[in-house]
Every structure is written in structure tokens, then in C-alpha cells.
Write a protein that binds this ligand. Structure first.
Ligand code: PLP
Length: 397
């Protein structure tokens, strides 16, 4: 018999995954090229060549026992040093190995952080819409995820809403920048404002409130948008980074957590997160990926491909009369549903073999998420279907 705590998760399986399976079903019926599956955030741009080459070189050139062996739970020293130096070069920080914990992707990093800072009943505040797994990650440790309602005109965080939701029990504020599912990038001004509210609340309650910044999309930005490096604005910051999207390696499970010296109880927090990573069953981040990173820490994926997709889809949909905030980052469009119940809109789109995900899967009903990490042709060939959908809802101008 399965545990009581797993039952709601089994019954409420992810809508993103359900849509993905639906895509596979339709592909069998109509052929893969005739199905326009915008459901999953799985990068379609390949990992940079230097990443694949580095993996081959590590296997050829490095000691096989070491490459495949256990290492310190926090990761290889030289990998952590390489990550720290890269951040210092790019953001003018002064991190060392002591600040960097290697993890198996952002999902692992967030879990290690929440296990380290939460006791049952503690709260973490986040802004709707949000990646729905956050609820599970916080719930894993008896924590409660508290939502700030969305500002649907900009999808920037509502700072008055944040002020109202922080209580004596708040241990952290969780943000995601650039943002899934809206594609917005939180500006420097926003981060400064958020830091001011959090400092005020730390003073009021007399304990640290960590700003946890989940940044798997940090490198995926367009039109010259800048993602502020949050440790510079607020001392009690923890950054969770992943190479899943930035190097197109989601199956490899590699990323890092940054815990700056200035963060409250930094040393104990680092030790706790390292042990949490171990006892959660990850033991250490994948070794081969850590060795690869030393050789190509500053590698970049072909952003141009995502940017072309973004422009084609955004222009295609807005020309038909759909509305959405123009995304500046990640690879998602968050489009207003033409009917209140966006599930109906998702169902209507299936007639044209178009699949996307209801906004309620991100705690924001009335919208849908369209992931454009697909081929350019998929977007181009889907546009006539989107136009017919728009006509059905009398949106066309
Ligand atoms: N956070 C956000 C906002 C995401 O969109 C995702 C994956 O889609 C994750 C975390 C998990 O990323 P990872 O594959 O690094 O665990």
C-alpha cells in the first residue's frame, strides 16, 4: 500500500506530463510532423559541441577510477573553483569553492535548500504563476508554500502583496528569474524593491528570511535583457542554478547552489545543504558532468534559435489577436485564454493538433503556457491552426 502522503501526488499527476503523453498519442495517429506539441520545457537546441567534446576528452584523458568514483559530497574542488571563478568574472563577486555546492539539477538544489531551512509549518512565499513542483518541494519538508497573487498586466512580482504575505513563520521567498511560465525577466529595480521589503521584514521578525533564486534560465535572455545577480542586492540570498536549460542537459542532472559568505549562518547552511543532498539520496552531483564543466564552464547554447522561435510565435499569435506579455527570457509564452476556463481552450486547440498547458498548472487559471523550445517549422506549421482557433473565438482583427 502506498503512503498517505503520496496519494494526492499520484492522483494529481502533472498536467504538463499528461499533455506530453497526449502529444505522443496524437503523433502515432497523425505523424509526429503534424502534431504541434508545445507542452514540455525540454530544450530542442542541442548542447554546444564543446560540451560533447569535453565529455569525450575527460573519458580519454582523465583517470577512469577518479572520473567514475565518489567524491566529497559537495562536489570536486576544481569544479567548484571553476564555477566560482566564472561567476566572479561575470558578476564581480568574490566566491570561492566554499560557496559552491554541486547538485543534480535545480530540482535537487531546491530540495536540499528547503530540507536545510524548513521545519514543519514554516512558510515559503512565492509569486503566482510558478513552477508547480515548488509546492511539492516545500511540502516535502512539512513547509507551506504561500502564494502572492499575480499582477497579470506585467507578471512582475507584486511587492505590496509580498509585504502582506510575509509572516513570523516565513523562512524564505522563492523567485524564478527569468521566469517559467511567463518569460518575464525581473528587473534590477524589482530585485532592489524586493530586497527592501525583505530587509524590513527581517528586522520586524528578528530572523533571517532567505531569498532563494531559482535560475535555470539565467542565460536564456533576449533583446539585451539583463538578469540581476541577486547576491549583490540582498545578503541572505541562496542561488540555485542548473545547466538543464542553459546547456541543454536536462537528462544529465547537473547544477550548483551558491551560498554567499554574507548569508545568515552561511557555514552551517552550506554544511546542512551538503548533507541534505546526501541524505536525499543524490550523494553527489554526477561526476562526469562535473569534470566536463571544468573544461567548458562558459559554454553557451545557440540562443539565436530560441530567439527566432520567440519572434515568430509572439508575432504570429498577437497578429491573430491573442494577448500575452512579450517574453524577454526562458522559452515560454503565457497567453491569455479567450475563455475563462482555459482547459476548454486547451481542448479546442487539440482539434488542430496543437498542445499547450493550462495556466492552473502554474497556479494561474485563465492563461496557457506555450513552450517554444521546438523546431522553427513546428511553430511555422502551427500558425494556420492558431489562426483558425482565433477565428473560432472571434479574436481576429
Ligand atoms: N525550476 C524551474 C522554474 C523549472 O522550469 C525547472 C524545469 O523545468 C526546474 C526548476 C527544474 O530544473 P532541473 O532540470 O534543473 O531540475
Amino acid at each position: 500500500m502506498i503512503s498517505q502522503s503520496m496519494k494526492p501526488l499520484v492522483n494529481g499527476n502533472s498536467a504538463v506530463r499528461v499533455m506530453f503523453e497526449e502529444g505522443n498519442r496524437l503523433a502515432k495517429l497523425y505523424g509526429r510532423e503534424n502534431v504541434y506539441d508545445f507542452s514540455l520545457g525540454n530544450p530542442n537546441v542541442p548542447a554546444p559541441d564543446c560540451v560533447n567534446q569535453a565529455i569525450i576528452d575527460v573519458l580519454k584523458e582523465e583517470d577512469s577510477v577518479m572520473v567514475h568514483g565518489y567524491m566529497s559530497n559537495a562536489g570536486f574542488s576544481d569544479t567548484r573553483e571553476a564555477v566560482a571563478s566564472s561567476l566572479n568574472r561575470r558578476f564581480g563577486t568574490s566566491f570561492g569553492e566554499r560557496n559552491i555546492l554541486m547538485i543534480s539539477g535545480a530540482a535537487d538544489g531546491l530540495n536540499a535548500v528547503f530540507k536545510s531551512i524548513l521545519d514543519p509549518g514554516d512558510e515559503v512565499v512565492t509569486f503566482a504563476p510558478y513552477f508547480l513542483e515548488y509546492k511539492n518541494y516545500v511540502g516535502n519538508y512539512g513547509g507551506v508554500l504561500v502564494e502572492v497573487a499575480p499582477d497579470t498586466t506585467t507578471f512582475q512580482p507584486d511587492l505590496d502583496g509580498l509585504r502582506a504575505k510575509i509572516t513570523e513563520k516565513t523562512r524564505g521567498v522563492l523567485i524564478n528569474n527569468p521566469h517559467n511560465p511567463t518569460g518575464v525577466v525581473y528587473s534590477e529595480e524589482t530585485i532592489r524593491g524586493m530586497a527592501a521589503v525583505m530587509k524590513e521584514k527581517e528586522k520586524e521578525y528578528g530572523h533571517a528570511i532567505y531569498l532563494i533564486s531559482d535560475e535555470p534560465y539565467r542565460e536564456l535572455v533576449y533583446d539585451g535583457a539583463k538578469v540581476p545577480f541577486v547576491t549583490k542586492y540582498y545578503e541572505d540570498t541562496i542561488v540555485v542554478y542548473s545547466f538543464s536549460k542553459s546547456l541543454s542537459l536536462p537528462g544529465e542532472r547537473i547544477g550548483y547552489v551558491v551560498i554567499p559568505d554574507e548569508a545568515d549562518d552561511a557555514e552551517s547552511l552550506f554544511t546542512a545543504a551538503t548533507i541534505a543532498n546526501r541524505v536525499l539520496g543524490h550523494v553527489n552531483a554526477p561526476s562526469l558532468m562535473q569534470r566536463m564543466l571544468i573544461r567548458c564552464i562558459d559554454a553557451e547554447v545557440n540562443l539565436e534559435a530560441y530567439d527566432k522561435n520567440r519572434k515568430l510565435l509572439y508575432e504570429g499569435l498577437t497578429e491573430c489577436g491573442f494577448t500575452c506579455v512579450k517574453p524577454e527570457g526562458a522559452f515560454y509564452l503565457f497567453v491569455k485564454s479567450p475563455v475563462e476556463d482555459e482547459n476548454q481552450f486547451c481542448e479546442a486547440a487539440k482539434k488542430y493538433n496543437i498542445l499547450f498547458v493550462p495556466g492552473r498548472s502554474f497556479a494561474c487559471p485563465g492563461y496557457v503556457r506555450i513552450a517554444y523550445c521546438v523546431s522553427y517549422d513546428t511553430i511555422k506549421n502551427s500558425l494556420p491552426g492558431f489562426r483558425r482557433l482565433a477565428e473560432e473565438y472571434h479574436l481576429t482583427k
